[in-house]
Design a protein around this ligand. Structure first.
Ligand code: G3I
Length: 346
């Protein structure tokens, strides 16, 4: 009797300790199969068509896809009277055949604008007509296949003021309201998102965005969700602030899309990185975020999208001209500890 009690205590102690040991995971079964909400990735169209490893991972692991670039204005709307649907339609077919949700990114942004739009000459009515036609032609074209759009992307400055982009310059602050109304007029069932970065870390921006969305909603404008991009890092990111931000937008009735997740391990641009330590920090941070996201009511969990698949297709190293390893898979398409942290917390 005494012996069996002793064994029982040993078993309890062993199980308790085991919780702290990182659990190995395999990537044979896709992430999305473990998840109650969609798990997505941004797709680089060239990689999808030229790299079989990349394509296979996108198919096996994810059930939601955001086009990284090819749905942006410079790609879809290269001149005023020309819309180029070729690549976009090919991605639509890929998603349809493989039963992947396709998230529309993005209709109005200050970057990747075609020259004709950037330098468009016209009075207020002509700008309004141009914006309306841009939004409605694109939503209409994809109406059966793209059921959610980032209508406006990155409209706020870090101090919480509205960014002085071409839309604000020519249509004043009301461009936001008009944009969402034009989008809704095509199909009131399509989900409309506002998407931005640093909302999880900058309180000025967070409050400004929330107030703007709430004001619009109180005026009857349809805005269904917030895209928290989450280009974060292992140095300055505060996990509890992220958890509070996710909850804040959900409590205010918005669907929450963690829409462009990547976790930089080298925001200070060091010339070498201890990968073992860095990857563990990355994994811990992601695990905490997933736990916070899991707390939301299911109706507000639009999903989590990673901004790429492997470290070699991330925008970060080229953009900041530094080494970095921000994504779930390494350069050889092996899953990293953050992949396991994600899978084990779904
Ligand atoms: O299309 C040209 C191609 O013709 C040319 O040969 C090639 C040479 O470098 O450049 C191509 O353009 C690149 C474009 O991506 C398409 O591949 C640009 O140089 C490159 O700067 C551009 O970067 C994209 C960036 O948005 C633009 O600001 C990134 O891939 C994309 O990941 C990034 O995504 C944004 C989100 O949309 C919004 N949130 C921030 C996020 C990261 O910046």
């Amino acid at each position: 009797m005494k012996n069996s009690l002793y064994i029982l205590i040993l078993i309890i102690l062993f199980c308790g300790c085991k919780k702290n040991i990182p659990i190995e995971c395999s990537d044979n079964i896709g992430l999305y199969k473990f998840s109650k909400y969609p798990i997505g990735c941004a797709i680089n169209f060239d990689f999808l068509n030229n790299d079989n490893f990349y394509r296979n991972i996108s198919l096996q692991q994810f059930n939601s896809i955001t086009p990284e670039n090819i749905f942006k204005a410079s790609f879809l709307h290269p001149s005023e009277s020309v819309f180029d649907w070729v690549n976009a339609d090919s991605l639509v077919r890929f998603c349809k055949i493989n039963q992947k949700r396709l998230h529309g990114h993005t209709l109005l942004w200050h970057q990747q604008l075609p020259n004709w739009m950037n330098y468009f000459q016209g009075n207020l009515q002509q700008w309004e007509a141009m914006m309306k036609s841009h939004i409605q032609t694109i939503i209409t074209h994809f109406k059966n296949d793209v059921k959610a759009w980032d209508v406006v992307n990155e409209a706020f400055n870090e101090d919480g003021t509205l960014r002085n982009n071409i839309w604000k310059q020519h249509l004043e602050d009301s461009y936001l309201e008009k944009a969402y109304n034009y989008a809704k007029d095509v199909d009131a069932n399509i989900l409309l998102f506002y998407n931005d970065y640093n909302i999880e870390s900058n309180n000025n921006k967070r409050q400004a965005v929330l107030q703007c969305l709430n004001n619009l909603r109180n005026r009857g404008v349809k805005i269904d969700g917030i895209g928290l991009q989450m280009h974060i890092n292992t140095y300055s990111t505060d996990q509890s602030e992220i958890a509070n931000t996710i909850k804040l937008f959900s409590d205010n009735g918005y669907k929450v899309h963690l829409s462009e997740v990547d976790i930089s391990v080298n925001p200070l641009s060091l010339t070498s990185i201890n990968k073992e330590i860095a990857f563990q920090r990355q994994a811990n941070l992601l695990g905490g975020i997933i736990k916070a996201y899991n707390q939301l009511p299911q109706r507000n969990q639009y999903g989590i999208t990673f901004w790429g698949i492997s470290d070699k297709d991330s925008w970060i190293p080229a953009y900041y001209n530094r080494i970095d390893y921000p994504l779930l898979y390494d350069d050889n398409y092996s899953p990293k500890p953050m992949y396991c942290a994600l899978k084990n917390n779904l």
